[in-house]
Design a protein around this ligand. Structure first.
Ligand code: XIL
Length: 353
């Protein structure tokens, strides 16, 4: 009988999956219960869904995921308290409904900044208070770092958050999460391309500076939206080691292994084409998974959880990308270890053995 993924890695780290509420029944739920011991919401815990209008919190969909985690004794990651994307516009409108970024008067800019930070406090306080007993790790801030060298923003993403508050939105988010989540709350800063030298340096400098100021960060979430040939295992290793050296935990938070480079070619339009590909692409993907999990196991003292950004190849955000960039408006990716019918792929056997 096939070995359960979470059991296979029981001595090392959790195995998680990102889910939409509709996946909590039927076959996907069965596979979730069998192979995973942690879940995270793919979308429904993002600010746009949790607080679509100021003061109007909507926990209905989020609660379904919380309930499933509790009923099945799974860990729960919370994704995400603060992000520049999937955040409702009202956060950045002043009291008159004008975009805060348009304000030029220094006094009013300061007022706007305080209003925005107050909104961060309210959002974080409300969500953390509600879920503190059920959430095991929090993505407090997502994608705060720039992809390139950017001295003018100290290596930070030039988001509206940054333009209006500098790094204060990050500090306030973590401090509020600690205040209402307590000492036991595990607080992460999450980002993609944390393996890429310039970006990981930007992230490292940010985190090091914040820690020196006493900002309560417990770990780094590495999204790990990777490809078969990229990034190198050495770069991935270096990244984990850099953050461990700061005394931080690491989590792999959004793992998927795309069949494509960047931008994705949308070379395969159907799963059948993938399975029958001349280059045996699913075997190449299996080798890649083998390398990744060998590394994770080797560094397991520094990694507390590995979460896939989905369950099986029938539901992946990468399909949208493959489709978007393809010439013919079609595109299929297949980033996971279960196929669209939840059958075991070569990649599954690669990480079990
Ligand atoms: C993605 C979801 O998978 C999609 O369904 C949604 O349309 C957009 O967001 N980095 C993140 C995740 O932190 O929240 C993103 O999730 C993928 C990239």
């Amino acid at each position: 009988a096939p070995v359960e993924l979470d059991e296979r890695y029981d001595d090392s780290f959790n195995i998680g999956a990102a889910v939409e509420p509709y996946q909590l029944k039927g076959k996907s739920a069965q596979v979730l219960k069998k192979h995973y011991n942690s879940i995270v919401a793919e979308n429904v815990m993002k600010p746009i869904n949790i607080q679509p209008e100021e003061g109007k919190f909507n926990f209905e969909e989020a609660d379904k995921i919380v309930k499933f985690a509790e009923e099945n004794d799974m860990d729960l990651r919370f994704h995400t308290l603060i992000w520049h994307s999937q955040v409702p516009d009202w956060f950045f409108l002043d009291k008159e409904g004008k975009p805060m970024v348009d304000e030029t008067d220094p006094e009013k800019r300061e007022e706007n900044k305080q209003l925005l930070l107050e909104r961060v406090r309210t959002h974080v306080k409300t969500v953390v208070t509600r879920y503190k007993d059920v959430v095991d790790s929090w993505d407090v801030v997502n994608e705060a770092v720039a992809d390139v060298a950017s001295p003018e923003t100290d290596g930070l993403r030039d988001s509206t958050w940054y333009q209006l508050t500098g790094t204060d939105y990050i500090k306030v988010a973590f401090e509020t999460a600690r205040e209402y989540g307590g000492e036991d709350a595990n607080l992460y800063i999450n980002d993609y391309n944390t393996e890429v030298s310039q970006k990981r340096e930007n992230l490292y400098n940010l985190v090091k500076g914040l820690l020196a100021e006493g900002v309560p960060i417990d770990g780094v979430g590495h999204q790990a939206h990777v490809q078969i040939g990229w990034p190198s295992i050495d770069d991935i290793r270096t990244s984990f080691e850099m953050f461990s050296s700061l005394g931080l935990d690491n989590q792999v938070t959004e793992l998927d292994v795309s069949l494509y480079g960047w931008p994705p070619s949308g070379k395969y339009n159907t799963y059948e084409e993938i399975v029958n590909s001349e280059e045996n692409i699913l075997e190449a993907q299996a080798d890649r998974y083998d390398q990744l999990f060998n590394l994770y196991e080797e560094l397991d003292a520094d990694i507390s959880s590995v979460t896939f950004w989905g369950i099986a190849d029938n539901h992946t955000w990468l399909d949208d990308r493959a489709t978007q960039y393809s010439d013919d408006g079609l595109g299929k990716d297949a980033p996971f270890v279960f196929d669209p019918n939840y059958k075991l792929k070569p990649a599954y056997w690669a990480i079990i053995d």
